[in-house]
Design a protein around this ligand. Structure first.
Ligand SMILES: Cc1cc2nc3c(=O)[nH]c(=O)nc-3n(C[C@H](O)[C@H](O)[C@H](O)COP(=O)(O)OP(=O)(O)OC[C@H]3O[C@@H](n4cnc5c(N)ncnc54)[C@H](O)[C@@H]3O)c2cc1C
Length: 494
């Protein structure tokens, strides 16, 4: 194998290699999207192999809070929450100012509920409605679902375990760098090992699940220049590989300036604070002790607002009631262990400990009233904040990108003409999301929602395609045996 392969994702003619191995379905990336796609394809009766660039699959999924929105789940209906794909689409279109693709939003809504119920029933992954996530930030009903561990790491572990039980091979230390194609049909991929060597493998269909491009500074500068100097707090290995590969094959890119920011990254601890602190009645103030926004109207856009404050920082202020209600959140436990949570019996002491202007904070708290909407449009409905007070210093960051390859309801990658590419699928951060343009269209939980919904669709659609005998393989048809137990890579997690 050549060792000097170009590390930039590019297309190669299929005539450039002879595949020693072929599999019906290949999946690039072992995050939530790739693992769900693998489970769906496997259940449909297709052999599937996942290629993962890292030694251990973690991805953005494992960094996340693990809360995903899903629509019309059994758990929602058992708790009396009436939710439909139509309602979800209306929320998405309102949040994005009409910029999202309504057909994709509708499909994601429909698929998300089916996927969550299926993961529960078939793989014992107990995603249940989180009733502490009240409707907020653009969701008109309760639709956040979590696993018992309330973290993305917990969700990831459960998905990996399900793949392991199903016998799905995951080849780790395998970064997909090139697609072999005939016209716009994928014939296989080349992946690169950490020692620089490469291996080629053929496939009947390819699912791109390598997430977005937050870890690619060049792409961020090009597509989201406003965040070029912001901190990236997502998975470093997500360099846009899948998007570039799909685009090289003719896939259309859409909404490339869309992203999720967050103004809740604890500084300097580097742990994200759960938005529940704000939902429950917490506020954000700057160094002057002054609020600067409606903290609940634009969770994602709040990132840029915090960065715009003096020093690029703010403090989340809350009280004993909120502290107690959030005490068991995993990230909050970590924050307390890291010494990032300041507690004080009075505003003066809290301000002195944080370096906030005490008079400003005093006035901010006394200005909060539950009788009328404030100048930013927020109406406080809960009890007034009472001593003792708590504070966490935060900054704004780019969490993950939301633009990517345009896909249809079956997660097929679309050409700019509207036709779909013959055997290429995408989901999760590789695909165009449902967030419209810029930061403000992001609905909480939409990242994992699209990963799971489109992963589910991609796995099923790719299996349908392969089982139906498509695509017609060209002259360079893979001839080798299917990847079997004895041929699995030694670094596989299995
Ligand atoms: C701090 C943080 C908190 C978040 N909280 C939430 C939340 O609570 N709810 C929510 O809905 N969303 C949340 N998100 C967003 C969510 O994590 C992502 O939208 C989701 O995990 C994307 O899933 P994915 O499978 O597409 O990508 P990932 O989970 O990132 O998986 C992609 C995988 O592809 C691998 N890969 C990359 N390039 C290659 C290549 N060339 N070849 C092979 N493998 C490759 C990566 O190593 C990785 O394992 C959060 C994100 C962050 C950063």
């Amino acid at each position: 194998m050549p060792s000097n392969v170009n590390t930039l994702p590019t297309l190669l003619p299929a005539s450039e290699t002879i595949f020693e191995l072929t599999v019906p379905i290949l999946i690039a990336g072992a995050g939530a999207c790739g693992l769900v796609a693998a489970l769906a394809a496997h259940e449909a009766g297709c052999e599937v192999v996942i290629l993962e660039r890292d030694p251990l699959p973690r991805g953005s999924t494992s960094m996340s809070l693990g809360a995903l929105c899903a629509v019309g789940t059994r758990d929602q209906s058992e708790r009396g929450v009436l939710d439909t794909a139509d309602l979800f689409t209306a929320d998405v279109m309102a949040k994005t100012g009409g910029q999202a693709d309504p057909a994709l939003a509708h499909a994601v809504g429909r698929l998300s509920g089916a996927a969550v119920d299926w993961l529960r029933d078939r793989f014992d992954i107990p995603l249940t409605l989180d009733t502490t996530w009240k409707p907020a930030f653009g969701h008109s009903v309760m639709r956040m679902h979590v696993t018992p561990g309330r973290s993305g790491a917990d969700l990831m572990d459960r998905l990996l375990y399900a793949c392991d039980l199903a016998g799905i091979p995951i080849l780790t230390n395998a970064r997909v760098t090139n697609l072999f194609a005939e016209r716009d049909e994928v014939m296989g991929v080349r992946y690169k090992r950490p020692d620089g060597s490469t291996e080629d493998i053929g496939c009947g269909a390819l699912i791109l699940a390598t997430c977005g491009f937050g870890g690619n500074a060049g792409m961020i500068s090009r597509h989201i220049p406003d965040m070029a100097n912001a901190r990236y707090f997502g998975w470093d290995g997500n360099r846009g590989d899948g998007i570039l590969l799909g685009a090289a094959l003719g896939g259309e890119m859409a909404d490339m300036d869309a992203y999720q920011g967050l103004g809740l990254l604890a500084d300097p601890a580097g742990i994200d604070l759960n938005p529940r602190f704000l939902i429950e009645g917490g506020i954000q103030v700057n160094r002057e002790g002054l609020r600067f926004s409606h903290e609940l109207d634009d969770l994602s856009g709040q990132g840029a607002r915090v960065i715009a404050q003096p020093g690029g920082v703010a403090w989340v202020i809350f009280d004993e009631r909120i502290h107690a209600s959030c005490a068991d959140l995993p990230q909050y436990i970590l924050l307390r262990e890291a010494g990032a949570v300041v507690q004080a019996g009075s505003i003066e002491t809290l301000s002195a400990r944080c370096g906030i202007n005490a008079q400003g904070l005093q006035k901010t708290l006394s200005d909060i009233t539950d009788s009328q909407t404030d100048r930013w449009g927020r109406l406080f409905t809960g009890p007034q904040l009472q001593p003792p007070f708590y504070a966490v210093k935060v900054t704004g960051a780019l969490f993950h990108t939301q633009g990517g390859l345009n896909v249809d309801a079956e997660a097929r990658v679309l050409h700019p003409t509207g036709r779909h590419l013959p055997n290429l699928f995408a989901g999760g951060g590789v695909a165009r999301g449902i967030s419209g343009r810029g930061p403000s269209g992001y609905l909480p939980g939409a990242g994992l929602c699209t990963a799971i919904a489109l992963g589910y669709a991609a796995g099923k659609s790719a299996a349908d395609l392969v089982l139906a005998g498509r695509p017609k393989l060209g002259t360079n048809q893979p001839t080798g045996p299917l990847l079997g137990e004895n041929q699995r890579d030694g670094t596989s997690v299995r």
